[in-house]
Design a protein around this ligand. Structure first.
Ligand code: GLC
Length: 419
């Protein structure tokens, strides 16, 4: 495991950009096109001929992330198709020896550093080109399968070593989709890989996706708070694909992402928001606009995100909870100060609760405008004198200061009646 300080540092990053970019981006049919469209290895390799990333794309990624308030990035250095975006000595099938003639990983790492962002590298521990990937039934392996498994593992170790040796300090190694044949534990195959990574990059943070338990969990396309460890939700802007798809009719909108962000942060996690750059590597215009609009919102309420803690008021769930579908709470470093994020607007009154601690003041962010309030006989907090329409089209934020550390009002059995 990384040190508690490093894990804490990772959790403090809060918001990052995930990028799926590779030769699949050149045809815009999802990063799984190799498998989905039943390419042979040779046919797929032909796509490489049309892979022409423009100069300057990595700076666009990093500058956009920075402008949006993100603190880190993770780039697919190699997806399940096996194509490497760096100058690997393990195979010629890479962006330096191939058509682009450029080391995209080097450009990316440099752009992150220039923008002051932490550097994350995605690496797929899976490769469709290898026969062993298609046959996990070890007992039925031919000699060829066994050789393929050996070659595959040698490649993984060699490539990870390159990535962690040749590009200076790497903050995050983001493994994906482990290859694990039957009757084999992840530790048998990958514990040495993890150890090697920590030796090469002592401060590195790694996720669990090799199957070996590491520093943080990565719920995919889901916001699933983990209580006892660091976690990061990875979500796509396109509803399905991580790689670029030009004609997606239902990409996430700005309020969708704002809500994802506040739900993730309220649960104590990080949000790694994915965008699939276009064939030539530029961010998709609509996705970029959404990222920047969310960034405006995120920066507008910076006060609420400065020292995030989970709030006891965020006991999301039942009719007796403090927090319904319409709000989320984020705590701060002061147990008396909590931020309430709205997901809808009720007009001149806004009610929430039950709160179990007396409220000292309520203000409306970002200007801290005082808000009138009272509580009713069932400890519901009711804000009054509010504007008819929501002050913020995505999510309005209130700061609530309590007289003591805030807690939820627990309904005594005597008040539940027959419920
Ligand atoms: C899955 C998919 C992959 C995507 C990843 C992101 O493992 O196979 O396409 O890169 O999730 O979390």
């Amino acid at each position: 495991m990384a040190s508690p300080e490093r894990i804490q540092w990772f959790s403090s990053l809060k918001y990052g950009m995930f990028l799926h970019y590779g030769i699949y981006s050149s045809i815009g049919r999802c990063e799984w096109t190799y498998w989905l469209d039943d390419f042979t290895v040779d046919e797929y390799a032909q796509l490489e001929k049309n892979f022409h990333p423009d100069e300057g794309i990595a700076d666009e990624w990093a500058q956009t992330a920075k402008e949006a308030g993100m603190k880190y990035m993770v780039l697919t250095t190699r997806h399940h198709d096996g194509y490497c975006l760096w100058n690997t000595a393990t195979q010629d099938y890479n962006s330096v020896k191939g058509t682009p003639g450029r080391d995209i990983v080097a450009e990316y790492v440099e752009a992150c550093r220039k923008a002051g962002l932490a550097v994350g590298l995605y690496y797929s521990v899976y490769d469709w080109r290898y026969k062993c990937t298609w046959n996990k039934k070890k007992s039925a392996w031919t000699e060829e399968d066994a050789k393929s498994a050996k070659d595959f593992l040698a490649m993984v170790y060699a490539q990870v070593r390159e990535l962690l040796t040749n590009y200076g300090k790497i903050d995050i190694l983001w493994f994906d989709s482990t290859w694990l044949p039957e009757d084999t534990t992840a530790e048998e195959l990958y514990q040495d890989l993890i150890d090697m990574a920590r030796e090469l990059q002592p401060g590195i943070l790694m996720n669990d996706r090799t199957g070996v338990k590491c520093d943080f969990g990565t719920p995919e396309r889901a916001i699933e708070p983990a209580k006892d460890r660091a976690w990061e939700s990875c979500l796509t802007l396109d509803p399905v694909s991580w790689g670029h798809v030009p004609y997606s009719p239902s990409r996430k909108t700005t309020p969708n992402v704002v809500h994802d962000l506040m739900f993730t942060l309220a649960g104590g996690g990080n949000l790694l928001l994915n965008s699939g750059p276009t064939a030539k590597g530029w961010l998709h215009k609509g996705e970029k606009q959404t990222i920047l609009e969310v960034g405006e919102w995120y920066k507008k309420y910076a006060e609420a995100f400065r020292n995030i803690t989970t709030s006891p008021l965020d006991d999301y769930g039942s009719i007796f909870s403090c927090c319904g579908e319409h709000v989320r709470f984020i705590g701060s470093d002061d147990p008396c100060v909590h931020y309430m994020f709205t997901k809808c607007w009720m007009g001149t009154e806004f009610w929430v609760g039950r709160v179990g601690t007396e409220v000292e003041s309520v203000t409306l962010l970002p200007d801290n405008t005082p808000v009138e309030f009272h509580t009713n006989g069932r400890n519901r907090l009711i804000l009054t004198g509010l504007p008819e329409t929501a002050p913020d089209p995505y999510s309005t934020v209130f700061k609530i200061t309590f007289k003591e550390p805030a807690k939820v009002y627990t309904i005594p059995d005597s008040e539940r009646g027959s419920l």
